[in-house]
Ligand binder design. Structure first.
Ligand code: SAM
Length: 279
């Protein structure tokens, strides 16, 4: 029986002899050499094999984080070539697509999209359509809902091709003057539970910390940084690549006084022993 690729985890379990040779990604693989968990290996290859043979490609295409010129030639070429563009907010993305004369059909996929939308997109891929996933800003899958589609595609053996470009946390780090040989990206901080424990950990951290913050919570977050890390050097990047782009840097207490709670933010906290306060 052919397993349903969308529900491989259940349907293909125990259906393949663990010592069988199978064809996957153009190679013959002995299942029992893949992993010690032979049932998992059988299941994975079984799923990949059917999905991979005829599936289309999923491009994850980075788009600008503000300035519409921050897009690569390759990104535009790919967006013009695919069968369908999957966007978080189709109306928002249409502004960018119109600017570059991209007229491909659009489908939405966002945080509130249910599993039936995910299934629909996966079925299109498995039927051979090429899809491009974009988010409202920056790199798809980085702290945005695109992750679910990418993860399912990878699980099923669909080829995922990254088209690199802007990401807000890297754009912030690019000009903050903080150590970037090693850093920790935290996405969005937890809103309620776990914040205090996290701030205690960050206080002892020897790497630069970078995370995203909303205008509604920026002041609260800065006052908590000041509470747990008095005097700590931070850099807040606001409205990156846009008209009112600014970096406000210094001891957290001073930064908190200057930050306007408006726009989009990347917050960067210097390592514990960072001594550069005279920026
Ligand atoms: N996928 C995106 C990326 O690659 O950066 C991030 C998506 S996340 C849902 C959106 C958050 O990124 C915003 O709330 C803000 O904290 C940050 N962000 C996005 N654009 C920004 C900008 N132009 N300036 C500062 N922060 C930005």
């Amino acid at each position: 029986m052919t397993p349903d690729p969308l529900h491989c985890n259940n349907s293909s379990r125990n259906t393949t002899n663990s010592s069988e040779n199978v064809e996957a990604r153009g190679k013959r693989i002995r299942l029992d050499t893949m992993t010690s968990d032979k049932t998992f290996a059988a299941e994975f290859v079984n799923c990949s094999r059917i999905a991979y043979s005829a599936a289309g490609l999923l491009y994850t295409v980075a788009t600008p984080i503000g300035n519409l010129s921050d897009i690569t030639y390759r990104a535009v070429e790919v967006l013009k070539s695919v069968d369908l563009i999957v966007a978080e907010d189709t109306r928002h993305s249409k502004v960018l697509l119109d600017k570059y004369g991209i007229t491909k059909p659009l489908e939405s996929f966002h945080a509130h999209s249910d599993d039936s939308k995910l299934d629909l997109l996966i079925r299109k891929l498995l039927a051979g359509e090429n899809l491009a996933l974009i988010s409202d800003a920056g790199t798809p899958g980085i702290s945005d809902p695109g992750f679910r589609l990418i993860s399912k595609a990878v699980e099923l053996g669909v080829k995922v091709i990254p088209i690199p470009g802007a990401s807000a946390f890297l754009t912030g780090l690019q000009a903050a003057g903080l150590p970037t040989d090693k850093f920790i990206y935290l996405g969005f901080l937890p809103i309620k539970k776990g914040r205090q424990t996290l701030f205690k950990k960050i206080a002892e951290e020897e790497k630069t910390i970078v995370f995203y913050e909303s205008p509604h919570r920026i002041q609260k977050t800065l006052s908590q940084i000041a509470e747990f890390m008095p005097g700590r050097y931070i850099s807040v990047a606001r409205e990156l690549t846009k008209i009112y782009e600014e970096f406000i840097a210094g001891p957290v207490e001073e930064v908190a006084k200057k930050v306007k709670p408006k726009g989009e933010f990347v917050v960067m906290i210097a390592p514990k022993d960072f001594k550069k306060f005279n920026r």
